[in-house]
Design a protein around this ligand. Structure first.
Ligand code: HEM
Length: 350
C-alpha cells in the first residue's frame, strides 16, 4: 500500500490482494472449503442465540479499560459500534471468505488504525471471540468430539486470518508514516543544503565585490586586529552586531512579506559606522551575515527565500556603507566633518 484515502473505513486501493492472493493466504492457514462449511453450520445457532449477547459482553469488556473506554465516549458511537460488531460477528460464520470478505476485514483494520486504537487492544479484543465462543461451540458439539475439534479449528483459523489482515493495515500505516517522515526529513535536508550553497555563494560575491570596490583587504584589516577577525577578537561585540543585523533583517523580511516600503539605510549605516570604528572589514561583514543567515534559515520559517534575498541585498548595502566609511575616515585625511559625523553631530551624512 503506497497511499490511503482519508475517509475512515475506506480500503486503500492499492492493497495488492486479489483472488489468487486470498487463496494463497487461506491455504497457508490450511483453511479450505471444509472449514467454511464447519463455520457455516454455526451461523444459525450463533446469530439466533448469541450475536446480541456476545456484542453486549464484548463492549462491556472494553469499558473496563481506560484507552478503549476513551474511544467509546458517547452513546451514538457505542450504538454504531454494536451494530458494526454485530455485523462482523454475523459475517464470521456466513461461509463466504473470498476477496470481498478480505477487503471488508482490511477496511475494519484501517478504521481502527485511524481511530488511533493501539494494536494490543485490538488484537487483545479477539481473545473475547476465542474465549467466549469456545464453550458455545462445545455446547453445540459436545457429543461429537471430532466435529467439535474441526469446527473449533476452523474458527481459530479464521480469527487468526482476520487478525493477520488487520495487522497488515497497521504495519502499512506505520510504513506510510515512516516514508512520509523520511520524505519530510529529506526535503528539509535538501533545503538546508541549498541554503548553505547559496550562503556560500553570497559570501564569495561579497568578498569579490569588496575587492572590486577597493575596501581594505582582509589582511590589512586583520593586521589592525593582530590577525584576528572581529569574531575571534571580541565575540561579545560580534554577538551584539549580529543581533542588530538580525533585527534589521527581520524588519526587512517583514516589510517584503507585507509588500510595504521600508527604508533601513540609516539603521544599517549606523551599524556599519560602529563596525568601521572597530576597523572591521568585509570578512567581518561576511561573517556577521553568514552567522545571522544560518540562524534564520535554521528557524522553522516559511520565508527562507525572502531571508536569502533580503539578506543578500543588506550585505551588499553594508559593504557599500563600509566603503564610504573607509574612504571618509581612513583613506582620506580626517577633517572636522568626519569627527562630527562619527560623534553624531553631522548634518551631511552620505
Ligand atoms: C476483535 C476486535 C474488534 C473487531 C472485530 C471490531 C469490529 C469493528 C467494526 C467491524 C467496525 C466498523 C468499521 C468500519 O465501518 O469501517 C468497528 C468500528 C469501531 N470500533 Fe471496533 N472492533 C474490534 C475491537 C475494537 C476495540 C478493542 C475498540 C476499542 C474501543 C474498538 C472501537 C471501535 C470504534 C470506536 C469504532 C468506530 C465506531 C464509529 O464511530 O462508527 N473496536 N469495529
Amino acid at each position: 500500500m503506497k497511499e490511503s484515502s482519508n475517509q475512515i473505513g475506506d480500503v486503500p486501493s492499492d492493497f495488492a490482494i486479489d483472488e489468487a492472493e486470498v487463496e494463497l493466504r487461506k491455504s497457508f492457514f490450511c483453511f479450505g472449503e471444509q472449514d467454511a462449511n464447519y463455520l457455516k453450520s454455526l451461523h444459525d445457532p450463533f446469530t439466533r442465540n448469541l450475536q446480541q449477547r456476545f456484542t453486549n459482553a464484548f463492549y462491556a469488556h472494553l469499558q473496563h479499560f481506560d484507552e478503549p473506554r476513551e474511544l467509546l465516549a458517547d452513546e451514538d458511537t457505542v450504538a454504531r459500534l454494536k451494530l458494526s460488531q454485530s455485523a462482523y460477528f454475523h459475517s464470521l460464520t456466513a461461509g463466504d471468505y473470498g476477496v470481498e470478505y478480505v477487503h471488508g476485514r482490511l477496511k475494519v483494520g484501517v478504521s481502527h488504525e485511524r481511530l488511533g486504537l493501539s494494536p494490543h487492544w485490538y488484537i487483545g479484543a479477539y481473545c473475547q471471540y476465542l474465549t467466549v465462543l469456545l464453550p458455545e461451540v462445545w455446547a453445540l458439539f459436545s457429543d461429537q468430539p471430532e466435529r467439535f475439534i474441526a469446527t473449533w479449528q476452523a474458527l481459530q483459523k479464521l480469527v487468526l486470518f482476520d487478525i493477520s489482515l488487520a495487522m497488515e493495515t497497521y504495519v502499512e500505516a506505520a510504513c506510510q508514516r515512516l516514508t512520509a517522515e523520511h520524505d519530510r526529513v529529506e526535503l528539509v535536508r535538501h533545503e538546508a543544503q541549498s541554503h548553505a550553497e547559496r550562503l556560500e555563494q553570497q559570501a564569495i560575491e561579497i568578498q569579490r565585490l569588496s575587492s572590486i570596490i577597493g575596501l581594505p583587504s582582509t589582511a590589512i584589516t586583520a593586521r589592525f586586529y593582530g590577525c584576528k577577525t572581529l569574531h575571534e577578537d571580541n565575540p561579545d561585540i560580534f554577538e551584539t552586531f549580529s543581533t542588530r543585523y538580525g533585527q534589521l533583517l527581520d524588519l526587512a523580511v517583514n516589510a517584503a512579506k507585507e509588500k510595504t516600503d521600508l527604508k533601513l539605510d540609516k539603521e544599517l549605516r549606523a551599524l556599519v559606522d560602529r563596525l568601521g570604528l572597530l576597523k572591521a572589514g568585509p570578512r567581518d561583514v561576511v561573517e556577521i551575515h553568514s552567522v545571522v543567515m544560518k540562524k534564520k534559515l535554521a528557524e522553522p520559517t516559511q520565508h527562507s527565500q525572502l531571508y536569502l534575498d533580503e539578506g543578500r541585498v543588506m550585505a551588499f548595502e553594508m559593504l557599500g556603507y563600509l566603503t564610504s566609511f573607509y574612504r571618509k575616515f581612513y583613506l582620506r585625511p580626517h577633517d572636522d566633518s568626519s569627527v562630527a559625523y562619527l560623534t553624531g553631530n553631522n548634518t551631511t551624512s552620505q
